[in-house]
Design a binder for this molecule. Sequence first.
Ligand SMILES: Nc1ncnc2c1ncn2[C@@H]1O[C@H](COP(=O)(O)OP(=O)(O)OP(=O)(O)O)[C@@H](O)[C@H]1O
Ligand SMILES: [Mg+2]
Length: 258
Amino acid sequence: MPVAGIDVGSLTAEVVLLDRGEVLHYVIMPTGSNSKKAAGKAMETALKTAGLSRSDLKYIIATGYGRISIEFADKRVTEITCHGRGAFFLNPDVRTIIDIGGQDSKVILLSDQGRVLDFAMNDKCAAGTGRFLEVMAQALEVELSGLADLSDRATDIVSISSMCTVFAESEVVSLIAQGIPREDIARGLHQSIADRTAGMVRRVGLEEAVMITGGVAKNGAVVRALSEKLKTKIIVPPEPQIVGALGAAILAEEEIAK
Ligand SMILES: Nc1ncnc2c1ncn2[C@@H]1O[C@H](COP(=O)(O)OP(=O)(O)OP(=O)(O)O)[C@@H](O)[C@H]1O
Ligand SMILES: [Mg+2]
């Protein structure tokens, strides 16, 4: 019988429908201002596309910062556990997971059994997260999806000294006004995310293999800068944004097997 995992993050909500270890369907939708409404809509959309109804689901596990507001969930589990579970399911060699979402970033260390051994988290400030990149893409007048390409065309790298998103934005605006190439600024911004993330990785200690999850994993320039900084290969799953919801769905299957 199918189960579901739902991850309601600060920017996006994901649902994964799973049946005996097989992903039946998944959706990614914007969270917007109402996480409860977004959760309901994401679930209905996923069920409709899969030709299922709510009563077909045996168990639902919710995760993400909006998990508390999801009344239809049977259980709520932290993002750390769910990302760990999802990543380990996709590749059992994974020991270090770097999740960079819209509002926070975290590094999770797994045992060879896939249990969470340690983690580090930045949820205090937007710097080093997807929101930071969104603000900077706007300042550079480029689409978010074009930020990595812009950065790849850089011939130099501008170091961004501000540690805070708001100050870094003013810094970027002033660099543009000084005629510094936008490519070089973009490169500097990606480097600053890589530097911050590498600091968190060092706190838990890096163990190979390393996987990146969350929406920012779709930005190739972040992945490349981070891979160079950490001097290791970084695995990017086919759909990095659903790993938390996938982990929740796997835990739901384990729950009904109990
Ligand atoms: N196609 C893309 N190219 C580049 N970046 C992208 C793309 N799609 C999403 N992102 C990045 O992913 C971020 C959102 O990531 P994600 O969906 O994992 O966040 P979230 O889970 O809602 O947030 P959190 O976990 O912090 O609550 C956006 O801020 C954006 O920077
Ligand atoms: Mg998230």
